[in-house]
Every structure is written in structure tokens, then in C-alpha cells.
Unconditional design. Structure first.
Lengths: 665, 200
């Protein structure tokens, strides 16, 4: 620290504000001791404590001190800056101080919450606070950078969440790009028969929305496409989308389906029917598909696999839409906001070998049952076993893969309710059939859900409280012979039971999609420990991510039923709209700058910048930061051999001052 | 002992009292693991002199087989013995879900009623899957399933007479060992139907 700087530091008047956070902080840290200590620190003019600094009166303290005591810098010792830094910086600005002259000292997450001993916590809080007090005189006033906002929005995933969000934004007059990986939008909901607890038909409520999305002029649908690259920042994302070749010209195809009938490769397990029926190599996934266009499966089509084929599809196609030479295409899009609605996948019960999925054909997953009970499904809506006979008794096993230390620890939230729905459908189709539900707890929290459970108890379904131990094919009695036997402990009766049944439905949990982590990486946010997309705040920002301008909706965030998914989709659309409805957005000025006097033009930072925010100025022979593109990640700061790039707000001398402050005691 | 020095110390403290010590370096492995992963199925297959063609074999792993950590096979649905006997030409029952059910273990001495019930269930399963022979991966399983068949029959009114072997006995046959050398003539339930079923 030079003499001049030391002089300047002596003139600074620092205000210290210590939050109790109720008992969150004050329960561990002795805030009185901390406040008294802070008052003795260099440059500190006032040190105060308050029960809730984030409340209005708390913020008022800061403003008043700036106005009345001429406070020139402030530090709030409270929670994590990700929680309330914006709150306090705004309070400082309201009081007339540049917001970047206020620092947060995190004595909650980093101290009181994670320290058992109160005295140790108080000592640690001094170091955390001291670090900020020490660095504050070196803080500079910074001005936010204002950048224009692209008004378009991209929605990734065409299930009910994506469709809902896209429709809402389109209604608000925004241009929406709806990206779907599969040949049709619709997602999982399109596969369902009825929806709990009202039992309205899923197709009846979904297909109008699908077709509305297809017809909506503000929605540009890119089905059978995937996002491969995302660059840019809030308000200004540049996205590369890979359009997979359908080998069908989507503009000429009429969706008549003649090619699917003509195709000679007819035994491809249908993804939509969970492999319970076959489709052709040329196919339309289901009759209500949007867009209603055929797709040729390159892994099954004889021509595309280089085998001989008379190509009857080409002969059958009236409008001449088949194009075997189609190649994948890359489309560049520019959008201001992105909504992720990539959904879930059903937990594959194969590893749960004791239930015999994949060994006993009549042990099926919940999604398979959805298709079997669906009037447009592989059995025409007749609930039958693999031998074509209706089951005389059915067991529904709850919590398969869920609430299980060996698999997924969490509750998948929807399985209790869909299991009840299954019981109802079985009783409706086959009144004589016995239905057993083996459950741990019935979790029926939702509007009309408990009432639905009550209703099912009166429909003659047997509810057995106990997680099923095993499904066996070994019959010990005549009643069991040739049937599946579910072994389960009935914890209400205190006995073990053997239930001879003809069909076992595994109520599998919901899993994050297999590639959720890679997808999140492409978009620049993270996943929770359970693999679902991580929201910015679990309570107050459930549809935002850590990346400004990227929102999440539906089961990609956590297992969710349809009502919650639709509600979240609306919230995400509102979040995106609140952003793209503005002409400009302010981005953090804590970005990198390169002093042209010191830069040697070695290029190292140019290649390393993950956001392409550094360009090389040939004329001057130096690297330059493109301010609007820099995200302030600090890679260039760490990479430069001469230490030339510096990140505003995180200058070397500021960081060193923090370290000195933390070590000073 | 390898992972926790305190355990190592406690064990050697106790052993020290009698002038002994143990370095904790012995790795305990299952013989099936050695045969499959060290010797290898291909090497075994090459040495088969008497293929088990047509013999319906039920590999019975028991409840402790790949416990506790499942190092060399699935905990709940092991398949290593399946592969061994498939390589020897047998018609292996791969999908029977009783393969890891408990045989009763030491309960045969302390709680016979319960152990006989478990053995009964296993024998029902073996019959239902039309097994010619059950091969066990544990000598106690083998003894319970074979030696107590008369008691199971008495308790449940059944007529089981299903050959049961320790897996090395059947493997030995396929590798050309003399049945006497394998003590197959000393079984409680006669294995002559097994010997008759496979080509000499």
C-alpha cells in the first residue's frame, strides 16, 4: 500500500452492519462481541447490529448512516452474497453510495451454520468480517454496463412444461423457438391415459395445446432437434441447434402415413408405446403428433443402412417428400432468454432384481401400464397380461427406485397418485379383479388428492402398508402355481404375506434425464446432488438458474405432477418475459479489463476465454476485452503470465487485502 | 484392518497377549471368483472333457454369495456360476428368482422348523423350474438342501429326491475327474440320474 493510498484509506469511513438473522447467526455468533470488536477496526466509523438487516428498518440503518454520518463504505455481515448482496447494494445506492462500495461478509453459511462451538464461531466471524473491512478502502466505484436485450425466447423441451411456457410467451407477443429432441412434441403427458385426481383424459387436455403450439405464428418449432452450443449472456444468447435429418422434407410431407404402412421394416419397438408395440422404420410416433410429419429411423431403414430395399415408401409417398440424401443441419439462433423444460425419465427398474423386471414378462413399469390402459395404446385399452388374458389380480408396488438408499433417496412425488389412478382404472375396466397396493406411506398432498385416496379405499382396493420384498415365480400352493407371488410384510397386521397375482405394476420413480448434467453444462448452470437442474434459490427463485436469463420449468428441476409443472411453466414464462420485455438489461460491471500499456500481445488469454470475450487488436498488438460478452469468470486473470488482465471488483490488491484482513488477528 | 489403523492396533493388541500378530494382508475371496476371474471361463472351457449337454442345472448362490459389497457379482441376482456351467455345456436355469433365497443356514440346528420351511421353498422352486441338479456355492447350503430332504419330506408331506452338489463336484465331472474322487457316490440323495443324464 503506497503512501497516497494509505492517506486515502485514512479518510474512509466504514459502516459495519451485523445481522442476527433471528437466531440463525446470533444463536452461534456472539454478535455483541463481534460488533464491539468491529468498532475498534481501522477506518470503521460505525458498527451496528440488528435482528434482521434485510428488513426495511435494517436497510434504513445503512441509508441513514450514509446520509447522516457520511459513511463512504459499508460491509454487511449476514448471509451469503448470492442471497442478499443485491438487496444491500440497492440500499447503499438509495442512500447515495456507489453500490460497489458495499461488501458482504458471509457469517451465516460460512460460519454460524457450519460451526458447532459458539466461541469458535465468534472468532471465525471476526476473520470473515475483518477480511472485508480490510479490503473495503481499496474498492472502486463501478457503473453497471447496460446492454440491449434480444426480445426472442428459446424454450428447450416440448413436453407440457415447454408447450405451456411457449404458448404464454407467444400470447404476450414474443417470438419463441420451441426445441424438441423427439420427432413430436407432447412429452410424457402424451403417453398417459387419464390424469389424477380428476380423471380427465390426458390427450383431451394436452392435444389442443399441442396443436395450438403448432399453429401459433409466434412459435417456431424445431422438432427432432438438439441444442449443441450456447454462448453469450443475459439478453444476448447465441445458440446453435442441430436439426437431425428426418429424411423427409417437412414442408412437403402431409403426414398421411402411407410411407409408414409401405415400409418393409415393421418390427421396431415403438418408443411411444414403451416397446409394447412395433412401428416401422418410417414412422409417425403417434396419431396426434405435432408436427404431424413422418420420420425415417436411420438405424433401422434398410436404404440408410446401405442394404438393399425396393423403397416402397418412395412409391407410396404422393407428394414425393422422401429424401434419403438429407443431412443434419445447424441453425444459429439469437435469443434474450432461455427456458429449460427438458423433463425427466422413468427410473429403470432393471437393477432392482428382486422384483424381476425383465425376467417375468408380467412385471411391468408404470409407463407400460399407462400405454396398456390407454384406448389408443397397444392393447386398445384392454388391460391384459402378456398371454392376452385379463388379470384376476394385480399388485401395484410403490416407491420402486424412490426413497431408497440404494437407488434414489428422494420421493418422486407423483407415484402414490398415479398408482391410485391405476387402481381406479383396473377396477373400472375389470370390476372383479383384486388390486393390491403395497406402499410405505400414502403421499397424497395436493388439491383433491386425499379425497381421491378416500374414494379408492371405497372402491375395494386392498392397501397393504409395507414395501414389497420380492416378486417370485415360485408357487408354494395351488393358488400360487403359475402366477407371480408378491412377498410383502404387512406392517399394519404384523404378518408377512404372499400375494398371488397375474400382473405386477412397478411404480417407478422419476429420474433426471441421463444427459441432464451434460445439458446443464452446455447452458452454463448446474445440477443438484440428486441430478436434477439446480434452481437459484429453492424457495424464492425456483424457476431461475445461476445463469441470468436461463429459467427452468417442470420435472427437469424435480419430480412434479402436471398441475405443478404447468404452474412452474407459467412462472418461468413470466420470468423470461420480465427480462425480454425490456429494451436493455444491466449486467454486472465486475468484468475483466486489459491495460494496453502492459499487454504484450501473447494471445494466451484470447484462446482460453470460454466466452470468446477477448479479441486481438492487430493494429495495437494487444488483447482487448469485449465488455458485453465478458462474464467475469477470471480465467484470463489467472492465465496471463504477466498478470495484466484484472477483474474489476476482484483486483489482486483487493484479494490480497482480504487475505491480510483474514489473517490479521 | 487395512483401512482403519485403530482396528489394526486393537486386533494386534489382543493377539500380542498370546505372542501373535496379524498384518491384515490376507484377502478373502470366493472360489467361484477365482475360477471365473483368475482362471477364466475360456481356459476352463478348453479343459472340459465331459460336456454337461442336456443337464438342467440350477445354480444356487444362497444369500451370502456376493456379500457384503458385491465385488465380483450382482448382490441380488448373481450370474457367475450360470456362466461357468453354460461354458460346460449345461442347460442352465438363469431366471429362477429363488437363487439367492436363504437355505436356513445354522438355523437347521437351532430353529429347525424355520430352516426346513426355507429349504422346502427352495426345493419347490427347483422342481418348478425342472432342475435335474441344484449346484450350491456354499457347503452349508449344500448340506441343508441335500441332507435334510428326508426331513423336509416328512414335515411337508412331499417326495423330493432332487440331487444337490457342491459346485466343484459337478464342475469336476465336466473336467474329467472320477466321480469317486469327487465323493459323488457318498451323496445322501443319489446323483446317479445326473451321471446317467450326461454323456460319458
Amino acid at each position: 500500500v503506497s503512501g497516497e493510498e494509505a492517506n486515502q484509506m485514512a479518510e474512509e469511513k466504514i459502516g459495519v452492519y451485523i445481522c442476527h438473522c433471528g437466531t440463525n447467526i446470533a444463536g452461534k455468533v456472539d454478535v455483541e462481541t463481534l460488533t464491539a470488536w468491529a468498532a475498534t477496526q481501522p477506518n470503521v466509523a460505525v458498527a451496528r447490529e440488528y435482528k434482521y438487516m434485510c428488513s426495511d428498518p435494517g436497510q434504513e440503518l445503512i441509508k441513514k448512516d450514509i446520509e447522516e454520518h457520511g459513511i463512504t463504505r459499508a460491509v454487511v455481515a449476514a448471509c451469503s452474497p448470492t442471497m442478499h448482496e443485491p438487496t444491500f447494494r440497492k440500499a447503499a445506492a438509495d442512500g447515495g453510495l456507489n453500490p460497489f462500495l458495499l461488501q458482504m461478509a458471509n457469517i451465516r453459511e460460512h460460519c454460524s451454520w457450519v460451526t458447532e462451538d459458539g466461541e469458535a464461531a465468534t472468532e471465525k466471524s471476526k476473520r470473515i468480517l475483518g477480511a472485508q473491512i480490510h479490503r473495503l478502502p481499496l474498492n472502486e466505484s463501478l457503473e453497471p454496463i447496460e446492454v440491449p436485450v434480444n426480445p426472442n425466447v428459446m424454450v428447450v423441451g416440448g413436453g407440457i412444461a415447454g408447450i405451456e411456457a411457449a404458448l404464454k410467451l407467444a400470447q404476450a407477443g414474443k417470438k419463441v423457438y420451441l426445441i424438441e429432441r423427439d420427432p413430436s412434441i407432447g412429452g410424457h403427458m402424451a403417453m398417459f391415459d387419464k390424469t389424477f385426481p380428476t380423471l380427465d383424459c390426458a390427450a383431451c387436455i394436452l392435444t389442443p395445446k399441442m396443436s395450438a403450439a403448432g399453429k401459433e405464428p409466434n412459435i417456431e418449432m424445431l422438432a427432432y432437434s438438439e441444442v449443441t452450443e450456447v454462448e453469450g449472456y443475459v439478453g444476448n444468447f447465441k445458440v446453435k441447434v442441430r436439426k437431425k435429418p428426418r429424411y423427409i422434407d417437412i414442408d412437403t410431407c402431409t403426414g398421411c402415413g402411407l410411407c409408414t404402412e409401405a415400409c418393409v421394416v415393421r418390427k421396431v419397438p415403438s418408443e411411444f408405446d414403451q416397446g409394447l408395440s412395433n412401428r416401422s422404420a418410417a414412422y409417425i410416433p403417434f396419431p396426434q403428433a405435432v408436427p404431424l410429419r413422418a420420420t425415417i429411423d436411420p438405424e433401422k431403414c434398410l436404404t440408410l443402412r446401405g442394404k438393399k430395399c425396393k423403397q416402397p415408401c418412395v412409391a407410396a409417398c404422393g407428394p414425393d417428400a422422401i429424401d434419403f440424401d438429407q443431412k443434419e443441419e445447424f441453425v444459429d439462433l439469437e435469443v434474450g432468454a432461455i427456458i429449460m423444460a427438458t423433463g425427466f425419465q422413468l427410473w429403470d427398474p432393471t437393477p432392482e432384481t428382486r422384483y424381476g423386471y425383465g425376467v417375468h414378462p408380467d412385471v411391468i413399469t408404470s409407463l407400460e401400464f399407462e400405454r396398456i390402459s390407454n384406448a389408443s395404446g397397444p392393447t386398445g385399452g384392454h388391460i391384459v397380461c402378456k398371454n392376452g388374458e385379463p388379470p384376476k389380480s394385480v399388485a401395484i408396488l410403490h416407491c420402486v427406485g424412490s426413497r431408497d438408499d440404494n437407488h434414489q433417496e428422494f420421493c418422486s412425488r407423483v407415484c402414490c397418485m398415479y398408482s391410485l389412478k391405476f387402481s381406479h382404472l383396473i377396477k373400472e375396466h375389470l370390476p372383479e379383479t383384486e388390486v393390491y397396493e403395497c406402499y410405505i406411506d400414502m403421499r397424497c398432498a395436493g388439491k383433491g388428492y386425499e379425497e381421491f385416496y378416500e374414494r379408492l379405499m371405497n372402491e375395494g382396493v386392498h392397501f397393504i402398508r409395507g414395501r414389497a420384498a420380492e416378486v417370485s415365480y415360485v408357487g408354494l400352493s395351488e393358488a400360487e402355481e403359475g402366477r407371480l407371488v408378491v412377498k410383502v410384510e404387512d406392517t399394519l397386521l404384523g404378518i408377512t404375506r404372499r400375494l398371488p397375482v397375474d400382473m405386477v405394476i412397478l411404480s417407478s420413480g422419476l429420474s433426471p434425464r441421463a444427459d441432464a448434467k451434460e445439458t446443464a453444462q452446455i447452458f452454463g448452470f448446474g445440477c443438484s446432488a440428486n441430478g436434477f437442474y439446480l434452481e437459484r434459490h429453492p424457495k424464492l427463485e425456483p424457476v431461475s438458474t445461476v445463469t441470468d436469463g436461463i429459467f427452468i420449468a417442470g420435472a427437469c428441476q424435480y419430480p412434479k405432477d402436471i398441475p405443478d409443472t404447468v404452474a412452474q411453466a407459467g412462472a418461468a414464462a413470466a420470468g423470461a418475459l420480465a427480462l425480454v420485455d425490456n429494451a436493455t438489461v444491466k449486467v454486472e460491471p465486475t468484468i475483466s479489463y486489459i491495460d494496453p500499456e502492459k499487454c504484450s500481445g501473447c494471445h494466451i488469454c484470447v484462446g482460453l476465454c470460454p466466452h470468446a470475450a477477448i479479441q486481438y487488436n492487430e493494429e495495437k498488438g494487444v488483447a482487448e476485452v469485449i465488455e458485453a460478452a465478458c462474464k467475469g469468470c477470471g480465467v484470463c486473470v489467472a492465465a496471463c503470465g504477466s498478470g495484466v488482465p484484472q477483474q474489476r471488483g476482484y483486483l489482486d490488491e483487493q484479494i490480497f487485502a482480504e487475505i491480510e484482513g483474514a489473517m490479521a488477528l | 484392518m487395512e483401512e482403519d489403523p485403530r482396528v489394526h492396533e486393537a486386533v494386534n493388541g489382543a493377539l500380542g497377549a498370546v505372542g501373535r500378530a496379524y498384518d491384515g494382508k490376507v484377502h478373502v475371496r470366493h472360489i467361484v471368483d477365482i475360477l471365473i476371474n483368475d482362471v477364466g471361463i475360456e481356459a476352463i472351457e478348453e479343459r472340459v472333457t465331459r460336456r454337461l449337454t442336456g443337464l438342467r442345472v440350477a445354480p444356487y448362490y444362497g444369500c451370502q454369495f456376493s456379500r457384503p459389497m458385491g465385488e465380483f457379482d450382482d448382490l441380488q441376482f448373481p450370474t457367475t456360476m450360470d456362466r461357468l456351467f453354460q461354458a460346460m455345456g449345461a442347460d442352465v436355469i438363469t431366471d429362477w428368482d429363488a437363487k439367492t433365497d436363504c437355505c436356513g443356514g445354522m438355523m437347521m440346528l437351532t430353529h429347525r422348523e424355520g430352516a426346513l420351511r426355507l429349504c422346502h421353498e427352495l426345493l419347490v422352486a427347483a422342481r418348478q423350474y425342472k432342475a435335474d441338479v441344484v449346484v450350491a456355492a456354499c457347503p452349508l447350503c449344500e448340506m441343508n438342501l441335500e441332507g435334510y430332504q428326508p426331513q423336509v419330506n416328512a414335515a411337508f408331506g412331499t417326495d423330493f429326491n432332487i440331487p444337490v452338489m457342491y459346485f466343484t463336484q459337478l464342475a469336476g465331472l465336466a473336467l474329467g475327474a472320477d466321480p469317486k474322487q469327487l465323493a459323488i457316490d457318498k451323496q445322501v440323495v443319489s446323483c446317479s440320474p445326473v451321471l446317467a443324464a450326461i454323456p460319458a
